[in-house]
Design a protein around this ligand. Structure first.
Ligand code: FAD
Ligand code: 2HG
Ligand code: ZN
Length: 510
């Protein structure tokens, strides 16, 4: 079920906003005549609809109407799969004239319900726009259609010894347009930073159908407002991204990783400092996994990575990666690090392992990257993607578990596991609570807004990297003040006065 926007917040916002955005009631459902018009823009195989004359079954639309977690179930009757920017523009122009809502969708791996229709919007799937437009091996600038799968782009540029500046567990399905629309973070953020820095240009179809061509490949361009930044992380609420240009770094000559078991959470911060000091510029990732998540990974066959006797009662684990120019030099640094950690008077770690082969390197990463899929096998996960001070990671997880216990909701009948993992190096905690027998309102009520209030008390963010989608519209106010939300509304109104572009996402409805 979708999270409902809380009434009190809506009423409060409604009173204050001159730039109120029309609600769903202003939007029209797709009709037979609309389908006839779409058929003038797209070939028959690019239109899926449960309406006549297409009469696809609801099952045909499941891949577009149900999200990756199986948490959000959309109502779209019609999915359009354009191949060109011109087709996208024609569709959007028509939808604006008819006031039909549009949900832009790429890989549909988003974790906050942003890519699923809430009512009668069409799904505009970019997956058939999947060509590389150009790659310059000298500058490393890649231009591509929005529907290119992240992993395919990585494979494409690998032959030129370049890598994508972002990497995520969903790389085999997510698409670059979706990555940019969510401002995805992922596993390389520590080294290559945010997409706000690496995206050089975008081609966007605006909500009236105009094509905004800002597909620049320039590294430097200070000619006024940088409009493309608005679409990075806008989650499809301001326009449809159809093309991207992105700076890709040269592939590191050597990559290595280590996996460490720590007796206590309190050792994570001193360890991070030590690792940064000793590895310096070659440190490229510093990931955290708590004991519950580690054990879950092992139960699902993602290990063993460390000797169980040496792991003992370790409370948490760290995976650190190096990416550098000289394999021997980097290995020596990592070996020295491991030795100094193990031989310290008061060791910060119980044990650790350094990958010795590409296979081992991959299996250390597999444990960290595979956790999201393991959660799906355990039940239905409530996911919270938080920025909080590093020192609070464990406290936040413990507080949530304690709350569930105090409410009598911890156990087989409710939440079976609460765990934390994530990108310590970026201050990003992924808190997951598994509902073994499915999502239930009383479980959500115990978790929210409790978690958001906790995050706000630490001046954190309710969304570090996954976005707001439909899940967190009512939680936005915990991380953005009224003035900020008011200006977000004004921007939305300027671009999309009819509110056809991904309605009900990001901003709380009024
Ligand atoms: P979708 O899910 O299709 O869409 C996401 C949002 O963007 C929606 O609001 C949609 O309307 C909008 N959108 C999509 N395409 C366009 C477009 N062309 N124009 C305008 N708006 C558009 N996220 C991270 O940040 N870091 C991680 O490490 C990470 N790991 C993950 C691991 C797994 C196993 C899974 C399932 C997900 C993970 N995610 C992660 C979440 C998700 O993969 C990312 O948010 C990803 O960027 C979404 O891309 P997508 O192509 O699937 O977008
Ligand atoms: C990750 O870092 C992803 O693995 C997914 O962002 C996080 O499963 C999650 O909650
Ligand atoms: Zn993540």
């Amino acid at each position: 079920m979708f999270s409902l926007v809380r009434g009190s917040v809506c009423a409060h916002l409604a009173r204050r906003h001159a730039h109120s955005i029309p609600s769903f009631t202003h939007l029209n459902a797709v009709t037979h005549d609309d389908l006839a018009h779409f058929a003038k823009i797209l070939p028959p195989n690019a239109i899926l609809s449960t309406l006549p004359p297409n009469l696809n079954s609801a099952d045909d639309l499941v891949p577009y109407n149900v999200d990756w977690m199986g948490k959000y179930h959309g109502q779209a009757t019609t999915v359009l799969r354009p191949r060109t920017t011109q087709q996208v523009s024609d569709i959007v122009k028509f939808c604006a004239s008819r006031r039909i809502g549009i949900v832009p969708q790429c890989g549909n791996t988003g974790l906050v319900g942003g890519s699923i229709s809430l009512q009668k919007e069409i799904v505009l799937s970019l997956g058939a726009m999947n060509s590389v437009r150009s790659f310059d091996p000298v500058s490393g600038v890649l231009a591509a259609d929005a529907g290119c799968i992240l992993e395919s782009l990585s494979d494409y540029i690998a032959r030129y010894n370049h890598i994508m500046p972002l990497d995520l567990g969903a790389k085999g399905s997510c698409q670059i347009g979706g990555n940019i629309s969510t401002n995805a973070g992922g596993l390389r953020f520590l080294r290559y930073g945010s997409l706000h820095g690496t995206v050089l240009g975008l081609e966007v179809v605006l909500p009236d159908g105009t094509v905004l061509d800002q597909l620049s490949t320039l590294r430097k361009d200070n000619t006024g407002y940088d409009l493309k930044q608005l679409f990075i992380g806008a989650e499809g609420t301001l326009g449809v991204i159809t093309g991207v240009s992105i700076l890709t770094p040269p592939a590191p000559r050597a990559s290595n990783n280590i996996f460490l078991a720590l007796p206590h959470f309190k050792n994570v911060l001193p360890l991070f400092q030590t690792v940064k000091r000793q590895l310096g510029e070659i440190l490229s990732a510093f990931e955290y996994i708590d004991r519950t998540a580690y054990d879950m990974g092992l139960e699902h066959g993602l290990g063993p990575i460390l000797n169980p006797d040496e792991v003992g009662d370790a409370q948490c684990f760290v995976l650190a990666e190096t990416s550098g120019g000289n394999h021997d030099h980097d290995s020596e640094k990592l070996n020295n690090l491991l030795e100094s950690l193990m031989s310290a008077d008061e060791p910060l770690i119980y044990t650790g392992t350094l990958s010795q082969s590409p296979g081992q390197f991959a299996s250390l990463w597999a444990l960290r990257e595979g956790l999201t899929e393991c959660l799906q096998k355990e039940g239905k996960p409530y996911k919270y993607d938080l920025s909080v001070p590093l020192a609070e990671f464990q406290n936040v997880v413990d507080a949530v578990r304690a709350r569930l216990i105090s409410k009598g909701l911890y156990g087989d009948h409710g939440i079976t596991k609460v765990m934390g993992y994530g990108h310590v190096g970026d201050g990003n905690l992924h808190l997951n609570a598994i509902a073994k027998y499915g999502y239930r309102p009383e479980l959500e009520a115990a978790l929210e807004p409790f978690i958001y209030e906790l995050v706000a008390s630490h001046k954190g963010s309710v969304s570090a990297e996954h976005g707001i989608g439909s899940m967190k519209t009512s939680a936005l106010r915990y991380s953005k003040n009224d003035v900020s939300i008011e200006w977000m509304r004004k921007i939305k109104h300027v671009f999309d006065p009819l509110n056809i572009m991904n309605p009900g996402k990001v901003l709380p409805s009024v």
